[in-house]
Design a protein around this ligand. Structure first.
Ligand SMILES: [Zn+2]
Length: 56
């Protein structure tokens, strides 16, 4: 099973990031440092960002 990459925008600063949809670590915004996703049951849980698009 392979996940895919998704493009998200930080809710705090609006910067775009591309992250792995099954990221197993906490991912922070590279600009403002806000937490974007936390791992949840094998997939990334979007806590501080909004999904823009899924990338194939
Ligand atoms: Zn940010």
């Amino acid at each position: 099973m392979s996940g895919k990459f998704i493009k998200v925008t930080c809710k705090d600063c609006g910067s775009e990031s591309v992250i792995y949809s099954r990221a197993t670590t906490v991912i922070g915004c590279s600009v403002c440092g806000a937490i974007l996703t936390t791992p949840s049951g094998g997939k990334a849980n979007l806590v501080g960002c909004t999904l823009l698009e899924a990338m194939e």
